[in-house]
Write a new protein. Sequence first.
Length: 463
Amino acid sequence: MPSVLRAGPLACLTWRHAPFKQSCCASWRTSAHLTLARNVHGAVRTRTFEDILGSKLPKALATIGILSPNEIQASVLPLALEGRELLVVAQTGSGKTIISLLPIFHCLLRQSLGDTFSRSTKRATETSSPTPMQPQALVLSPTIELASQHSRVIAQLAQALPERHISSMPDIADQLDSQTQEGREEEDQSRILSTTPSRFLRAFRDGRVQTGLLRVVAFDEVDALLCGEAHSREMPLAATELLEALLSAGQPVQLLMTTAHLTEAHEHVLRGRFPRAELVRHQGSDSGRRGVLVPTLRQRFHYFNGDKEQQLLRTLARAEADPHLREGTCAVFCASEPDAEKLCALVASAAPQLLPTVLHARMPDAARLAALDRFRLGESRVLVCTACAARGLDLPLLRHVVLYDPTPEVADFVHSAGRTARRGTHGLVTCLVQAGDAAALGRFQALHALQPAPQLSFHRGEQ
């Protein structure tokens, strides 16, 4: 049964999870599974963005087609606005970007940091050239593709606010050896920087970015940013260096961490490093297992013998015959950059009408972002890619994910498959598995056993 956490006209009802195992850190806390609001007449209703945020930010959200919070957003946002450290684990496509960005905007709108920012910037200008970047909020992502997506959403929300006090900073890679005059004229604005850890650390070491004004840091796909291999219980040295750089100025910084899946080992790492963080899950199933899959995702494991490349072409041809899949796009994930190039050429030769494009980490940054834009807009109907496109990307036209080189790791499967069936839409993931022996069948038992996460409510307007 739910327990009432707050009294008054709007009382929060929170479904709590069972306690962690005794080996867990005692100070690590679990929190909301689902939060609703009860009105004075006793009827239970979903909380609105206005209930949580006031009037300004909901209007900005409406301009990008987001009208009301789903259950996980309504549960987490009040906690984040209180300034708590949070670790949120929720299904792909559940709106974790909004969970990260809205507390940042709320914090920067409330704090009058303009004078502090101007004085600090002036001192930096007087003592050194070029002027270092001084973000007040930082959004970290594992890939440049995801960092670029966050920058775009930040800019859209900032432009929609009546007061232009907040702006999206150019990524560090775009910030050359000097700051533009336009940038100097906007020194009184609160700044949000979206980038990758490696870019941030390079700029921090070079003195091109300072953390003295930093108030909030969001780690999107925190397991990819701060944890090692799936079963490693040690935080990598690069992650330790990143955290030391972020907290080097000594002022309080709120940490917001999100991901779609955590292994037991990664939970252990994060519990040990962030003992005050509050863990919020939106996962569960009738069987008692944690559900990690989007409930609107269909799965197809195709075990076959024979030529794998020809099997891919047959899979794409079958998708073209499916009315639902034919109206959308398809992403083919493979293990290596050479395979991505080879398969893209294969599809281009056998099915040129699909206009395939390739995306992998060895491509120049500009080419990577251009390829992703073509696919996002539907100018290319098939994206042949590596894991650089597996996390966090929101591709509204994507209806079919093909795992050409599936691995038995649950996290890899959840993130790659989670590029489709987002925000309540339906999608399909097809795993191509060469069934040469019985061992091939056993390797994927963990994936077959995955349970669906709870259904979320999505209410979107026209963008």
